[in-house]
Write a new protein. Structure first.
Lengths: 116, 113
């Protein structure tokens, strides 16, 4: 069975601080996809990134960066120089990389509050 | 391209009633999935439709059903509403292959009194 754990329920930081959101996953599949979504107060889940299990290269997009480590089954997300607009709930998710039953399995989410 | 749209955005119903939620996917997307989000259970998969056929189903009772039309728009129906059905219902669309990323709509917040 697949499982995603986001141990940090809530994080509060002061603006311009760096913050890392942790994500640990479990799966028996050798190929899978990992995702991060952002949910602002409006409720919509906003897609941030997708990684394939065979590609462990870290990625940077502006102030966002992701660290994928297969050895520790982790896919952590770092926001550099956080801003108030980053305040949201962030979800890590996993899906199998094969035809058929491939729904997203989500973690419980981490609520990030950035204080001005 | 316009994103995923869901209507209505808010609904208030009473126990025992039924409700229908609508989702229009991103233009060109053929797959629509539905998820339920509650504070206690988090985000849970309900079902996925592709080309008017249910492709996958989550672990929900038969009171939850859905369908997809030829234009890829989808509806979700919940019959005999219970208090526990109060949730944010999110719709997601993707191109159609299992490898595509799912993009979500703003959700419908259902309150059952």
């Amino acid at each position: 069975a697949q499982k995603v754990t986001q141990a940090q329920t809530e994080i509060s930081v002061v603006e311009k601080e760096d913050v890392t959101l942790d994500c640990v996953y479990e799966t028996r599949d050798t190929t899978y996809y990992l995702f991060w979504y952002k949910q602002p107060p409006s409720g919509e889940l906003v897609f941030l990134i997708r990684r394939n299990s065979f590609d462990e290269q870290n990625e940077i997009s502006g102030r966002y960066s992701w660290n994928f480590q297969k050895s520790t089954s982790s896919f952590n997300f770092t926001i550099t120089a956080s801003q108030v607009v980053d305040s949201a709930v962030y979800f890590c998710a996993l899906s199998e990389a094969r035809p058929g039953n491939t729904p997203l399995v989500f973690g419980k989410g981490t609520r990030l509050s950035v204080i001005a | 391209k316009a994103g995923v749209t869901q209507t209505p955005r808010y609904l208030i119903k009473t126990r025992g009633q039924q409700v229908t939620l609508s989702c229009s996917p991103i233009s060109g997307h053929r797959s629509v999935s539905w998820y339920q989000q509650t504070p206690g259970q988090g985000l849970q998969f309900l079902f996925e439709y592709f080309s008017e056929t249910q492709r996958n189903k989550g672990n929900f009772p038969g009171r939850f059903s859905g369908r997809q039309f030829s234009n890829s728009r989808s509806e979700m129906n919940v019959s005999t509403l219970e208090l526990g059905d109060s949730a944010l219902y999110l719709c997601a669309s993707r191109g159609g292959t299992w490898a595509d990323t799912q993009y979500f709509g703003p959700g419908t917040r259902l309150t059952v009194l």
